[in-house]
Design a binder for this molecule. Structure first.
Ligand code: ASP
Length: 582
């Protein structure tokens, strides 16, 4: 038997027990005649003591030679510590060792295995198995497990069935590039790894399973942005005989359950906002609503004077920063410079100070009087003591600039509290999105999303305005999930493919299987997928997802530990009927 107890569970009331423990040597302290070792396993740390007087000489000498991260097994008696450590649960006791067995030796680790390590990210990733021994990472993986099991239990109780769908499939156009896998047995042919199990979950509904879920890996060969992984995990779900309302309620329930069971936080009914409103109020389809600073549109009250910058703008729009009148001139200038950086690209910014005495002082006092400024203050809901920042120009551009500024200010004012959770639904997304590059409409969500009944006629006349039965779940400014009510009628699906620029042949070639299935009694259905990696990170109060993934890829999509991706041998390439042409 390797152990009778783990290294985290022994307490004062276990005194005098004989125990066997196994674990790693975290560190040792040698006082000459006394030697202490911190022994670590997944559950905690127990202190071992070797005493020249009470231990045999041979044992003492053996213990002195133990290096960091040696794997050992010890037998001994639990005794009370003379100087206790209140910082760890096992801090009142230590184990007087009577027997020591070295189970494995270890090279000196390339970085310290402590909460705050001296290892940089690249080094930690190369030796990820050592990194995982650190409490910081281990706790995140355990946290993820907890979220995972809450999700499984919750959905299983609601009668969702967990079904595995294949990883070797055919390309589905969901916006990103596919990772492909050559087929040895079918020379020249390739599988694709799923960007999501979208079509399969729909087929499971045709198969009558009624409610499906899967915690599933998805693969997207996108240009990597920081904190995006080429393979990531979704909580993927689909339901039959449901309206949008049913799907929203079910997954609002799941999200509430997670907040309650994991964070002990109760949240009210999630607010809902349409896509159009989100864009005009926050300049974003994933607004962070932990704080206010909603946009106020100011065209009507700014374009009646001689200020040509505003007069020539498609949109004049402002936000009011709470207590922003406390900003010094220097701080204001810093924000003006911030929006003028190339990444944001504004040509300038107007501000209005709202004084405590009810008067205003602006950077455009030459053009506007107190009455004008007071009208602006009303529209951006400014209070005394606030400052109003105003941008103007092309509607879409200006909205996204002001959205970025809103987040930047909130960050600086500590309004983005990671222990506060503000979920909301964004609904009524546009069905289609114009793509400048291909000069075509693309499905904004995916081609299986149904248009709103009342908008179908506009598909011919004004496709860009057609709204979809599509929704996103947003948490603290992050899109954590999205889904839609699907098309379940073959004719509408064909029509949809037509509007998306597929010829009949292309549609049949790529989606014949789905269209065929729709001819055999497809039930009305809809669903959603939540991004598990991000959800877990946010629930744990973090923005970065990497440490919630046991073996993540780096920002160039590489796994530096196993050195992937890597080249294949000539033999392997040949077997796969592939050749590398120079
Ligand atoms: N398959 C979709 C996605 O990955 C989610 C859904 O529509 O259910 O975004």
């Amino acid at each position: 038997m390797y152990r009778t107890h783990n290294c985290g569970e022994l307490r004062l009331n276990d005194l005098n027990q004989d125990v066997t423990l196994s674990g790693w040597v975290q560190k040792s302290r040698n006082k000459g005649f006394l030697l202490w070792i911190d022994l670590r396993d997944r559950y905690g740390v127990s202190q071992l003591i070797f005493d020249e007087k009470r231990s045999s000489k041979e044992l003492f000498e053996k213990a002195k030679k133990l290096g960091r991260e040696f794997v050992i097994q010890v037998e001994g008696k639990i005794i009370e510590r003379s100087s206790k450590n209140p910082n760890i649960p096992t801090g009142d006791i230590e184990i007087l060792v009577s027997n020591l067995k070295i189970l494995n030796s270890s090279k000196t680790p390339p970085f310290t295995i402590e909460n705050n390590t001296d290892g940089g990210e690249e080094l930690r990733m190369k030796y990820r198995y050592l990194d995982i021994r650190r409490d910081t990472i281990k706790k995140k993986l355990l946290f993820r497990h907890k979220v995972n099991s809450e999700i499984r239990n919750y959905l299983s109780k609601l009668d969702f069935v967990d079904v595995e769908t294949p990883y070797l499939i055919k390309s589905t156009p969901e916006g990103a590039r596919d990772f492909v896998v050559p087929s040895r047995m079918n020379p020249g042919e390739f599988y694709a790894l799923p960007q999501s199990p979208q079509t399969f979950k729909q087929l499971l509904m045709v198969g009558g399973l009624d409610k499906y879920f899967q915690i599933v890996k998805c693969f997207r060969d996108e240009d990597l942005r920081s904190d995006r992984q080429p393979e990531f995990t979704q909580i993927d779900c689909e339901m039959s005989f449901v309206t949008q309302e049913d799907v929203l309620n079910t997954f609002e329930g799941l999200t509430k359950h997670l907040l309650k069971s994991i964070k002990n936080i109760e949240v009210d009914k999630f607010p809902r906002i349409t896509y159009d409103d989100a864009i005009s109020k926050y300049g974003s389809d994933k607004p962070d609503i932990r704080f206010g600073m909603e946009f106020g549109e100011l065209n009507k009250v700014t374009q009646h004077k001689e200020f040509s910058v505003f007069n020539s703008a498609e949109l004049v729009v402002g936000i009011s920063v709470p207590n922003g009148n406390d900003f010094t001139r220097k701080e204001i200038d810093k924000y003006v410079d911030w929006v003028k950086r190339p990444q944001i690209g504004a040509s300038g910014m107007i501000y209005v100070r709202c004084n405590q005495d009810g008067t205003f002082k602006s950077s455009v006092d030459k053009f506007y009087d107190q009455k004008d400024l007071s009208d602006w203050a009303d529209l951006v809901k400014a209070n005394k003591g606030d400052i109003i920042f105003i941008l103007s120009g092309n509607t879409n551009v200006v909205r996204s600039q002001l959205s970025a500024l809103r987040l930047e200010i909130a960050e600086n004012l500590n309004l983005r509290n990671s222990e506060e959770f503000a979920p909301l639904w964004v609904t009524d997304f546009p069905l289609l999105e114009w793509d400048e590059e291909s000069q075509k409409y693309h499905a904004m969500h995916h081609p299986f999303t149904s248009p709103k009944n009342e908008d179908i006629d506009m598909l011919e006349t004004n496709p860009g305005r057609v709204r979809a039965n599509a929704y996103d779940l947003v948490l603290n400014g992050n899109e954590i999930g999205g889904g839609s009510i699907r098309i379940h009628d073959k004719n509408i699906q064909s029509l949809m493919f037509k509007y998306l620029g597929f010829s009949n042949e292309e549609a049949k070639e790529q989606f014949g299987f789905l269209m065929d299935a729709f001819e055999y009694g497809a039930p009305p259905h809809g669903g959603i997928a939540l991004g598990l990696d991000r959800l877990v990170a946010i629930l744990d109060g973090n923005e970065s997802i990497k440490d919630y993934i046991a073996f993540p890829k780096n920002n160039s999509g590489k796994d530096v530990m196993i050195d992937a991706p890597s080249f294949l041998s000539k033999e392997q390439l040949k077997e796969l009927s592939l050749s590398l042409k120079k």
